[in-house]
Design a protein around this ligand. Sequence first.
Ligand code: DGL
Length: 266
Amino acid sequence: MNKKAIGIFDSGVGGLTVLFQMLKKLPNEKFIYFGDTARVPYGSKSKETIIHFSRQDVKFLLSKNVKLIVVACNSASSNSMEVLKKEYDMPIFGVIEPTISSLSRKYRKIGIVGTYATIESKSYQKKIKARYNNNVKIYEKSCPLFVPIAEEGLVSTDITDRVIEHYLHKIKKEDIDSLILGCTHYPLFIDKLNDFFDGKVSLINPAREVTKVVVNYLREKGLENSNGNGNVEFYLSDIPRNFKSIAMNFLNKKIEHVKKIDIERY
Ligand code: DGL
């Protein structure tokens, strides 16, 4: 039993899709969520910058005395996990490895969608090839417009249909069997993507997979907070004008209190 909080960071609001899964599975835990809203997006930044930002995000969470850290952001997980694991003496979980380990051995044609930073890092691709001994076909596509569509609350409109068609019509022709939703925002598109692929493609949500791994880890190590009453402290590096309504789309729940911090101090 360990009553310390679980730290989660993301480039902004997208990581709330990971927090959403964690709150479902770990209702007694306390969470500290940090969203780097002053410097979002990470998905178009260079590897060096993403590493620099991720280090500061981790240092902030360490200052909150958390028991483990979840890197909710796919762009940060893709570009900075090795450095973070090497530099900090703390259990740190990214979204890539749990997702790869969850993939069925039956898959033969796997699609991966994400930001530029995630796709260009080839983080998913390299690990998938290793898992399947190269015996798998991989189709990748960065879909940057999904992020503003989700944040503007436009996912259920026909704008989304056109953007999905634009990005994914070639991948659809390849007859993929599975698609990794390699960006925090993309789970919001699950219904639209299911329609687009006529329900024939398994959609893999990294937010769910990292949650399962964290739940197992806490159990195995006896680190669960089994009788806490569960709550979240929200910290942001800037409070965007429409933060509360955007957050509602991602978390399905109202966020009452948010604290602003100066991430450059860390
Ligand atoms: N959170 C980011 C990710 O999962 C998406 C937004 C951004 O580009 O920062 O890659």
